[in-house]
Structures are given as structure tokens and as C-alpha cells.
Design a protein around this ligand. Structure first.
Ligand SMILES: C[S@@+](CC[C@H](N)C(=O)[O-])C[C@H]1O[C@@H](n2cnc3c(N)ncnc32)[C@H](O)[C@@H]1O
Length: 245
């Protein structure tokens, strides 16, 4: 995966850019039809048993807590650790009401152990995170190792490369809605132009599924969404095999 050519914003600077956009984030994604419903769909697709009773879950790159809320809806009795590298995004998340079973951690996903977050987890949701990482393959392997054998990773992510129709849809939505509205809401379009370019350069569905298998996962498959996000946003599901340690 290319770690360059994602516009003037380097991937290492992405969390700081989210600090700038944090106060407008919920307003902007709330105007995106399907945003929250699709996160909940990805969490349900993890098929977490027993309403999450006895399970430990990780929301990697939780942002303002939209994906955390989706995990909580799918597994209301689970213990959830939600982490993000952006202090301002986390401040928005922490300001919301949560049960005591949800804990927020300010850390880069690359520095989980140093932040005192250890596995094993029964399930991990990474929503709109992997595309932003400097070393996605290394982090997919690290997420694999954080899962207990049999545990599920769900990557909720844009992937348009395999479909010309999806690419056209993405360009249209990005340039007619996301970039102008993002600029109007925050006074700066850097993050939104980065979003457009990073999605444009990200793996196609087949390439990303292969990347998951190369990271050690089995049972890799993906399902898309409804609405304008059909073939644009996907849930990639993958399992840590039972026979690895
Ligand atoms: C587009 S937001 C998604 C937030 C949330 N998952 C959602 O679905 O609404 C991506 C989040 O990933 C975080 N992020 C980016 N790189 C990260 C890293 N290396 N470690 C942890 N979080 C990171 C950003 O700070 C941002 O809050």
C-alpha cells in the first residue's frame, strides 16, 4: 500500500488533522445518510454472541465514539476499550454518556501496549482507520495478534478501486458534498481533500481481502452497504484462526 501521495497531509499527521476537525465531525457525519446505520451494520456483521456477555472488544480509531456506539448496540454487555490518537476527537467521545463498561484510551494504535492496552480481545472494529496508517500490513498483523484465536476483526472502510461506478460515485460525493461542506464547517479543506485522495488511492476489495489473508486471517470476506455507499463502503470480516498462538 502506498504510504505517500495522499495529498499534502502525511499519514503521521492525520490524528492532528482530526484534532482540528473534531468539533464539526459529528455534525458532518450526521448529515451523511447511512453513516451511523452502516457502522451498526458492520458491528452486527461481527456476529458477537450473547449480546456481548463476557466479551472484550476493541474499537480501534474510535474518533468521537460513533463506531463505539455501534459496537455497544451490537454487544451491550461487552467490555469495550475505545482508543484514538486524536485528543480532540476523544474529548468529543468522552463528553457523551456511556456505561462503565466503555473505557476510552488516548493512544496511537501502534502504541497500544505502551498505553497499557493488552489483548486478548474477542472482537476488534476498525472503522475508517486502516487506510490512514503508515504501516497497514504491520498493524493488521498486530490486530491479528491482539485477538484471541477464533476472534473477529471487522474493518469498516471505503474501497472503490474494483468498481468504476464506485469510483465515480466517490469523486462526485467528495467534490460536491464532503470537501465543500467540510471547508464550510471548519474553515480548512485539508482533511477532506486528504480523505478524497486517500480513498482514491486505497486498495480495491480484492486486494484488501488478500492483505488480510497475508496478515494471517482466515474466513476473509466482505459485504457492502446500501444507498450511495453501495460498493463504496464495505465491512471486511476476518477471523484469527483457532490453531495459532
Ligand atoms: C474517520 S475517523 C473514524 C472515527 C470512528 N471510527 C467513526 O467511525 O466515526 C478516523 C479516526 O482514526 C484516528 N486515527 C488515525 N490514525 C490513527 C492512529 N495511528 N492510531 C489511532 N487512531 C488513529 C483519527 O484520529 C480519527 O479519529
Amino acid at each position: 500500500m502506498s504510504t505517500t501521495d495522499a495529498g499534502p497531509l502525511r499519514r503521521e499527521a492525520v490524528p492532528a488533522a482530526f484534532d482540528v476537525g473534531a468539533s464539526a465531525y459529528d455534525r458532518l457525519v450526521g448529515a451523511n445518510p447511512g453513516y451511523h446505520a452502516h457502522l451498526r451494520l458492520s458491528a452486527r456483521r461481527m456476529r458477537l454472541p450473547g449480546d456481548g456477555r463476557g466479551l472484550r472488544l476493541l474499537d480501534a480509531g474510535c474518533g468521537t465514539g460513533a463506531s463505539t456506539a455501534a459496537l455497544l448496540a451490537a454487544a451491550p454487555h461487552a467490555e469495550i476499550v475505545a482508543l484514538d490518537a486524536s485528543g480532540q476527537m476523544l474529548a468529543q467521545a468522552r463528553a457523551k454518556p456511556w456505561p462503565s463498561s466503555v473505557r476510552f484510551v488516548h493512544a496511537k494504535v501502534e502504541d497500544l501496549a505502551e498505553a497499557g492496552v493488552h489483548g486478548p480481545f474477542d472482537g476488534i472494529l476498525a472503522a475508517y482507520l486502516i487506510r490512514n496508517l503508515a504501516d497497514p500490513d504491520g498493524q493488521l498483523r498486530a490486530l491479528h495478534d491482539l485477538l484471541r484465536p477464533g476472534g473477529t476483526l471487522a474493518v469498516h472502510e471505503y474501497s472503490v478501486r474494483d468498481s468504476l461506478k464506485a469510483q465515480l460515485m466517490w469523486h462526485t460525493v467528495a467534490w460536491s458534498v464532503i470537501i465543500p461542506f467540510g471547508r464550510a464547517a471548519t474553515g480548512d479543506a485539508t482533511l477532506y481533500r486528504y480523505l478524497w485522495r486517500s480513498v482514491d488511492g486505497f486498495d480495491g476489495v480484492r486486494r484488501f481481502r488478500r492483505r488480510l489473508r497475508e496478515a494471517g486471517f482466515t474466513g476473509v470476506h466482505s459485504e457492502t452497504m446500501t444507498g450511495w455507499q453501495r460498493d463504496v463502503v464495505h465491512t471486511f470480516l476476518a477471523t484469527r484462526p483457532q490453531d495459532t498462538t
